[in-house]
Design a protein around this ligand. Structure first.
Ligand code: MG
Length: 384
């Protein structure tokens, strides 16, 4: 039995991971975590029988523990970052990091310390501490298997070539719900419109990031760290059908792509079973008896400035991607609370980046400190 823990088991990737695991008989779930959705977590406990779960909201953690005791269930409920670390380390063979935001960083790093492979759906950890994460993984002989559809695709494509034969990576982007909008139309978009992604069913934070194209920007940074490739060799193309999940062009101009219907259960299943490839009945096969077309176009960098902000942060390197991410997390939160406009998101991030003096090789303490600083500045500037 492969012992697997999931950080963020009630979110979009977490629930889809459990859906994949439900159909497998060689996986033992050791630990699960959520922020506060204890109703769903309780159901997951009765079905998957983890030894320990973490609820980061303290009151909800106490409430769940009482409910479980009343039902004679012996699962231990822990809380806080220390609780997340206990969950991360319970995995033994694999940790699926499916939480959103910086909160995944410390538990994931500490799981790597104990030699646990990581299925990484939390792109923020690589964006904020990419060098530390990758160095750590190398030192401990740990594999980081991407669960993001684009990176999962590139990971698969790279199996057909040598790393020094790679000319460039091409990340595909659906373009989000506003890909055909004008500058005027973008001024007035609502939270509800931004949350309605045309192709993928995802959580709130990533849906907004997809609408601003910051999601693609974060993915460019993630790809750069994960595959150790410079920003100049990573391109983005808008591909509205989301059938080709990304591509690798090799030095002979041959391009290898990975394609399939847009369904996160494919990269999840691939990451859980890696290096094996097993049947996945949850994902439908593509139907080539019907005519369909695949379109590609340049992103509109002017209307969606977040993409260039991310490229610039990656090129500046050091703590610039971290500050980009922290400011973006705050900007998205303020937009969701209707305190700033959609078009204010890149402006706010730009302002915070402008005030930041980059540290080239930050320690983990530097990263945590600068993350706090950037959030504070972003809040102050955002609520004005
Ligand atoms: Mg993605």
């Amino acid at each position: 039995m492969k012992k697997v823990a999931i950080l963020g088991s009630t979110g979009s990737i977490g629930t889809q991971s459990l859906e994949v695991i439900r159909n497998m008989d060689n996986i033992k779930i050791t630990g699960l975590s959520c922020n506060q959705n204890i109703d769903l977590l309780e159901k997951q406990i009765y079905e998957f029988h983890p030894e320990i779960v973490c609820v980061t909201n303290k009151n909800k953690a106490a409430e769940l523990q009482t409910r479980l005791r009343n039902n004679q269930n012996k699962t231990e409920v822990v809380t806080d970052t220390s609780g997340l670390i206990s969950i991360a380390r319970s995995g033994e063979q694999l940790l699926i990091t499916a939480v959103v935001g910086m909160i995944g960083l410390l538990p994931t790093l500490l799981a790597i310390d104990t030699g646990i492979d990581i299925a990484l759906a939390n792109k923020e950890t690589l964006v904020c501490a990419g060098k530390i994460m990758m160095d750590h993984a190398k030192d401990n002989g740990v594999r980081i298997i991407p669960v993001d559809s684009e990176h999962g695709a590139i990971f698969e494509c790279l199996r057909s070539g040598n790393k020094n034969e790679v000319k460039r990576l091409i990340l595909t982007a659906s373009g989000g719900p506003f890909r055909d909008y004008s500058a005027e139309q973008l001024q007035d978009v609502t939270v509800e419109q931004a949350l309605a992604h045309p192709n993928w069913n995802m959580g709130k934070k990533i849906s907004i990031d997809s609408a601003t194209l910051m999601n693609k920007g974060l993915e460019v940074i993630e790809a750069s760290f994960l595959f150790e490739i410079a920003a100049e060799k990573i391109n983005v193309t808008i591909h509205k059908e989301s059938i080709i999940h990304s591509m690798v062009e090799f030095i002979d101009n041959s391009i290898i792509t990975q394609m399939g219907l847009p369904d996160m259960k494919h990269p999840i299943s691939y990451a859980i079973n890696y290096p094996k490839r097993l049947p996945c009945s949850l994902v439908n096969s593509m139907d080539f008896s019907k005519t369909f077309s695949l379109n590609f176009s340049e992103p509109n960098y002017k209307l969606f400035p977040c993409l260039n902000l991310a490229y610039d942060a990656l090129k500046s390197s050091g703590t610039a991607p971290l500050v980009l991410n922290s400011a973006n997390e705050v900007a998205v939160e303020l937009f969701l609370k209707k305190q700033i406009k959609f078009t204010d998101i890149p402006k706010l991030i730009h302002k915070v980046l402008d005030q930041h003096i980059i540290i080239n090789s930050p320690s983990l303490d530097d990263i945590l400190e600068i993350d706090n600083w950037a959030r504070k500045i972003a809040y102050n500037k955002g609520v004005k």
